[in-house]
Each structure stands twice: as structure tokens, then as C-alpha cells.
Design a protein. Sequence first.
Length: 411
Amino acid sequence: MIKSKITVSPILEPLSKSVVNKPPYQTIKQSSALSEACQPATFGANNEAILDETYRKAGKMDVDRFATSIVPERTDLMKIIRAELLEGADSQRPLNAPSKSSYQGSFFKAHLETPRSESMFGSLVLMFPTPHEGGSLILRHQGEEWTVDTAKRTSEQSQPSIGFVSFFSDVEHEVSLVESGHRVTLTFNLYYDDILPAQAGIDPSMSSTAVSPVDAQFRRELLAVLADPALLPSGGMLGFGLRHVYPIKKTLKHVRKLLKGSDAAIERVCRSLALKTQVYLCYHDWTSFGDYEVVEHVISPKVPTDLDTLDWSIVQELKEKYGAKVVRRKIMETYESPMGDEAAVEAELDEIVEWATLPRSQTVVKSGYIAYGNDAQQEYAYGHVCLMVRIPKAEDRAGIMQRGEDASFGN
């Protein structure tokens, strides 16, 4: 299990005494009846519900067609999800888990969950102990893979038990072929509820000062970096490419409150140290001028929505219309090699940036425009979502270091 990405539990022990784990258990005949009552399952793509049984073959029953006594918010499930999937301040945010579907199916190819709204951050899947073979849930994220063999794990228990898996929306997942029997699951979308902990009935003593190990470790490392006067001696920005996917349409204003996992840890720690943060789009532009190449990194605080037609540099367009800043510019001679760096020169910049992690994120905003040169042609600008932290001059960091000595933060 990778904390703050995926929570996997073969058996839901806290529910062992609840109504969902008491007789009568579902028989094979009842499973068949449930399967026959289901509708063909669709999947989301480009804001549409697609029916394609070569990609997903399963039966689905929507929440308005069945009743269940399982209410995750009334069980220890929400506590487990907060403790294992969320961290720091996020662990005290109220959650909402409206039921999505219950289905028996054959397979579902690898896919990412389509967020139903900006506040949706993940999914919760309950797996019932119906006899079946196959149908493993396979999850992948940033080069790692986990396989949850629900048929094997539930069959190994001494009494019928319910398993569960919870994961962020940007975790790729698939269901392998169900070779026999019926694989029955109940799926919930997980949403943040933006109300205060006191309004949600969450025990403040349990979470108001709670600090995750990830937060504590990142704070120590950040303070060690800031203690070095060689880092941005005259001040500037420390940049982080975000590691999770976030819904973005026309603005970046909502992204900070949706940050999750390690991305959220950066925001929380910086806020605790009174360091200002802002979400930007980072663009990489490469322009040729005869014997020279100009390579530029540009950060924009806004989403470009009306690029349309350009007869000049996209960098200049982003600067004039959207307040973008050039944070890296190299002028390279190219008469010997297309990417030669023999005469690489740093030119004047709008902002000095040091990248803590590469400006390559899981969320990329694509903007199309028509570029005019000798001919008009369709071009695209790709903005990677980054979190930028404003760092003061070396001699002005005493207050930050003093706040960093607060032992209550887990140092």
C-alpha cells in the first residue's frame, strides 16, 4: 500500500458486526437474478457515456434502482479513508460518498476515473463475497502496480466478509476477466465537503493538530534547503511539478483547495511557514532564428483561453495577455548542431526559479492556436500545472526558520 495514493484492505474488519456482514448472505441464484436485473455498463469519455463492450463488459445498476443499508459515512470506513488516503489537514475534511452503482461484469480495460465534479477526489469500491474466479482489480500509478484478487481473498476468510479498495481518481485501474461466477461490487465516488470540522461532527482533538509523517519530513527538508544562503540569495521562486491530476477548464483558482497526496503536503507545509504559494502553468517554447535557437520556460498564472491566431511569439502573447513570466531562457548557437550548447547563454529573466521537482506534471492544459510564419499552421501550447513557492532573500528568512523550530509540528 502506498499511503495517500491507494488504500487496499482485503477484509473490512470494522464492519464485521454491522448489518452488511450478517445473514442472509447472497446465494448463487440471487447473484444470477441480480445480474439479469442490471443494465449494460457504460464508461465516461469526453463528457459522454459510452457503451462499448469491447472496452467494458459489465452489468450496472444505478442507485435509483436498488436499496442498500450500507452508508459509508456511518461506519468506520470514512475514518480509515481519512487515515490512509488523506493526510494532514485533508484528514479532517468531511467526505461525501454518494452511491454510484452495483454491478456484475466480465472485464473493464485500463482507464482513469472521470471526475463528476471539481470536488471529486477518488473512489471507494466494496467487494462482496460472491463465488467467482478472476475479476482482479489492478491499479497503476507512476510506474507502480497493485493487484487485488478479490475472489481469492474473500474465499480465504472463515466467514463471509466484505473487502474494500479506495484510491485517487488519477490512479489507472482495470478489472481482469471474470472467468466464472459473479463479481459483485458497490462503488462510491468520494467528494470533499467544504464545511468546517465542527459542523461535520469531527473530533477536533483527533485532527486539528495532527501532522502526517510526510508533512514532517518535507518540512525538515524544506527548512534545510532554505537555511542555505546559496539558494535564491536574492529571493525568487521554488517550483514543484504536481504529481496528481486535477480538473481544469478556464481557471486555476480552484486547484489549491483540491490538492491531494504529496501535492497537498507541499501546500500545507508552506502555509504553516507563512510562505506564499500560487498555481501556475509552465510552458516550454523553442524558437529558431537562423543560426540561433531560443529555449524558454514561461509560467502563467492564468489559463490561456483566446490564443486563436498568432503572428508573433507565443511567449510574448502569454506575457502580454496573461501576465506570464519568463523563468528560463537560453540562446544557443546552432550552426554546428541542431541542439548545440557550445555558446549557451542565460538571458535576462522575469523571475528567478529553482525547480525542486521537474516542471512536468500529471495535469496538462492543451491550448490550440494558428501560428503564422511563411504559412498558417495549427499549433498547440501545453501547460504543465505547477505549484510555485515565493522564497524571500536569504537575509530575510529568519522568521521562517523561527517558525520551523516549532516542535509541535513533529520535528
